[in-house]
Design a protein around this ligand. Structure first.
Ligand code: PLP
Length: 428
């Protein structure tokens, strides 16, 4: 790309951007009585304006039909999750019966581990990325303990080579091969939350299966960020949240994918609830759990209709924008522009170091910078200037330009303000 560090260039890119007008469909937080430059969609996506109407509709049904809302009207709550399956399946590259929207991310991760972490004699270990998101670490730690293992023995964490920031695919594959016979599960993020590195999910899945292990991914930072092909990659299971790149609200509902080869597998252990029971017989309230086919068979409770309605509004925006491929096309350009502008800031690696991969295929809509001097001060100055990004201890600032609501001009303005804020931060 022949990027240029000028406002005119950024504005021209916006004029040629087919997704530019999607900006108008979101609410922007205000800082100094102006729309903030919001580059934090990796943490909490902005609110789609349509979300209010979708929630109001369900509030109306509750007010006017009350319990009858479960069965009455065009979109009864009884099978509301089915309305979300087609859009969710397209986001993660799965068949409809392979996905279900329910619960929250960490809950779903535990449910999947109950079914797919089945350690036995020699084969009891889990390979995962070192420094995974804490919730994932705690889930793996407590699941191994639940089965009577010492987490320090059962969990193998992979770290980058000395002097490197991200994992090499060859090293991941080699570890999987080396630990082959002891391995029960490979469980990684699809994208590492800290560095923004995209893992080669197809290659990891293939290697895991070749070693005789099952393979699952936490797609918290991948769903809605990059195109995914879970079914074609042959991934066994995956989980994701919807409040990051999928803009579905704080603590919003979450997703689960289970490969169709398990759709009718009654030998899998699972923690069941009535909403996963055969829908035709659910209200007979009889003894004996009979799971629904596919991912819906893992449901526990009746659906969280209010947050699911917000997710519907948000998924429709993804569809209207042309789906994940269209978002990805813009995202690569926008993130590349951000990278170019940060590189153009005249401070050296002793001040700012980009820890996100340089290869556009190995990252999504996120650039993480390691700030080696006065990092907190820089972050505070950015926030005061109306830039919303996020700070991760000990000294990383994550910047996420998202294709649905960020513009090239915003990325340009960010770099200008970054430049200004660095004055007084850099120790001369
Ligand atoms: C955001 C995130 C979580 C958060 O889990 P919740 O159950 O939604 O609170 C967990 N894991 C990863 C990898 C994340 O990025």
């Amino acid at each position: 790309m022949n990027y240029q560090n000028t406002l005119a260039y950024a504005q021209e890119q916006d004029q040629n951007d087919p997704l530019y007008h999607f900006r108008e469909r979101f609410h922007y937080p205000q800082v100094n009585k102006q729309d903030a430059i919001y580059l934090c969609g990796n943490s909490l996506g902005l609110q789609p304006k349509s979300a209010q109407m979708y929630i109001d509709n369900e509030m109306y049904k509750w007010a006017n039909f009350a319990v009858e809302g479960h069965f009455k009207g065009e979109e009864p709550w009884y099978n509301y999750h089915e309305l979300l399956a087609p859009g969710a399946a397209r986001v993660v590259g799965a068949k409809e019966k392979e996905v279900v929207i329910m619960n929250q991310l960490t809950v779903n991760l535990h449910l999947m581990l109950v079914s797919f972490y089945r350690p036995e004699s020699k084969r009891f270990k889990i390979i995962t990325e070192g420094g995974a998101f804490p919730s994932d670490q705690y889930a793996l730690e407590t699941q191994t303990k639940f089965h009577g293992y010492n987490p320090d023995e059962a969990i193998i964490e992979l770290f980058p080579r000395e002097g490197e920031r991200t994992l090499r695919t060859e090293d991941i594959l080699q570890s999987i091969q080396e630990h082959g016979e002891e391995l029960a599960l490979v469980m990684m993020g699809g994208i590492n939350y800290y560095t923004g590195q995209v893992f080669d999910m197809a290659a990891i899945t293939k290697a895991g299966h070749a070693a005789g292990a099952l393979v699952g991914f936490d797609l918290a930072h991948a769903a809605g960020n990059i195109p995914l092909h879970l079914h074609d990659w042959d991934v066994d299971f995956a989980v994701w949240c919807t409040y990051k790149y999928l803009n579905s609200g704080p603590g919003g509902t979450a997703g689960v994918y289970v490969h169709e080869r398990f759709a009718n597998d009654s030998t899998l252990p699972r923690f069941a609830g009535w909403w996963g029971h055969d829908a035709d017989e659910r209200f007979k309230m009889e003894k004996g759990f009979k799971p629904m086919e596919g991912a819906p068979g893992w449901q526990l409770s009746n659906g969280q209709i209010l947050t699911m309605s917000v997710h519907r509004a948000a998924l429709e925006l993804v569809e209207q924008a042309g789906g994940m491929e269209a978002l990805r096309t813009k995202s690569e350009k926008l993130t590349g522009y951000l990278e170019y502008l940060i590189d153009d800031v005249p401070v050296g690696e002793e001040v700012l170091e980009m820890i996100t991969p340089r290869d556009p295929q190995a990252r999504g809509s996120q650039i993480s910078i390691l700030v080696k001097q006065n990092s907190r001060m820089l972050f505070d100055k950015l926030m005061e200037a109306g830039i919303i990004v996020d700070y991760r201890e000990p000294n990383v600032i994550r910047i996420a330009p998202t294709p649905l609501y960020n513009s090239f001009e915003e990325v340009y303005r960010f770099s200008e303000i970054l430049h200004e804020c660095l004055e007084g931060v850099v120790v001369k």
